[in-house]
Ligand binder design. Structure first.
Ligand SMILES: Cc1ncc(C[n+]2csc(CCOP(=O)(O)OP(=O)(O)O)c2C)c(N)n1
Ligand SMILES: [Mg+2]
Length: 330
């Protein structure tokens, strides 16, 4: 019998099943988006595949009705856990008027949804870091109990915004949790050509905050470290830097061909650690994920993905006259 690790973290069987279901929904939506892209129906995909465990593990450790998040483009698992729906994500993929992220104005995966406290992001990577730090400053000034959570890739952690944001957060002891999703590539550039010190979390020392590197394929490990970071943040102990290590299982985006810079064997090796598979094994070994529940999840998710696709495909585009709406004051 496998060791029950979630009980020690205060997570119920229902909660871990919900985590798994959210990871699976992210994966299945992402897979559908690739098919739609290859069928010429949606213009662009940038995947969460390989990072769902880190995303969902982290999101479940936050207060999903009070905390603010500044996600990056791969964070489908984070935004689903924070209340964005499959239908809303598909509306964005199809760039339809009803897309709550930007009404079809931004590229897909540029998440933003006020009602779920999801900060809108820009295309230049890492700009979300100072934004999230600003939200944490607001929490401190207004003496509120929420925290701000921001994610980025390991390649993006070399941008100036990372240093500026984290140093400011360290100086002012702000309630912000920064999670670097280290998937070992920045487009075609492998990790050894990106980072002088391969351990991103070591940089925390320079900013005066704790830093941790965790297995990004293990949602429970990520949950634990984010939960502890949140506890410190709300008790006034300031920010935390977390690095969740996994692997990018797809090409960088639907416009990239990763066969040009990495071999199939490397990807196949990484697939063995894919959390969609390994977390299911954990839950099955404990008898929590039964065949019956697994079938139920598969059927439910298939119909959610189908309905979201059909709805978004049939939905109208924005009127041309709307193009400049929100750009200038009206
Ligand atoms: C400031 C800036 N420079 C370059 C780009 C082009 N670009 C988009 S994603 C990306 C790679 C980012 O890699 P990483 O931070 O590791 O994130 P990953 O895509 O691997 O999740 C680059 C260079 C950009 N969007 N913004
Ligand atoms: Mg990367």
């Amino acid at each position: 019998m496998a060791k029950n690790r979630h009980e020690e973290l205060g997570l119920s069987n229902e909660e871990v099943l919900e985590m798994y279901k959210t990871m699976l929904l992210a994966r299945k939506l992402d897979e559908r988006m690739w098919l739609l892209n290859r069928a010429g129906k949606i213009p662009f995909v940038i995947s969460c595949q390989g990072q769902e465990a880190a995303q969902v593990g982290a999101a479940f450790a936050l207060n999903r009705s009070e905390d603010y998040i500044a996600p990056y483009y791969r964070d489908m698992g984070v935004v689903l856990a924070f209340g964005m729906t499959a239908k809303e994500l598909m509306l964005s993929a199809f760039a339809k008027a009803e897309d709550p992220n930007s009404g079809g104005r931004q590229m897909p995966s540029h998440f933003g949804q006020k009602k779920n406290r999801i900060l809108t992001g820009s295309s230049p990577v890492t700009t979300q870091v100072p934004h999230a730090v600003g939200v944490a400053l607001a929490a401190k000034m207004e003496k509120k109990d929420f925290v701000s959570f921001v994610t980025l890739g390991e390649g993006s952690s070399n941008q100036g915004d990372f240093h500026e944001g984290l140093n400011f957060a360290g100086v002012h002891k702000l309630p912000v949790i920064t999670m670097v999703e280290n998937n070992k590539y920045a487009i075609s550039v492998p990790i050894e050509k990106q980072l002088g010190n391969p351990k991103v979390s070591d940089r925390a020392l320079g900013y005066g905050m704790p830093g941790f590197t965790v297995d990004g394929n293990d949602p429970l490990e990520v949950y634990k470290v984010v939960k502890e970071a949140r506890d410190r943040a709300v008790s006034g102990e300031g920010p935390t830097l977390i690095e969740a290590v996994s692997y990018r299982l797809t090409a960088h985006s639907s416009d990239d061909d990763d066969r040009a810079y990495r071999n199939k064997e490397e990807v196949e090796e990484a697939r063995k650690l894919d959390s969609i598979f390994t977390f299911a094994v954990y839950l099955k070994d404990l008898g929590i994920l039964t065949d019956e529940i697994e079938n139920e999840f598969t059927n439910e998710i298939t119909s959610i993905v189908n309905e979201a696709t059909d709805y978004a495909e049939a939905a109208p585009y924005a009127e041309p006259e709307e193009a400049l709406k929100y750009v200038y004051e009206e």
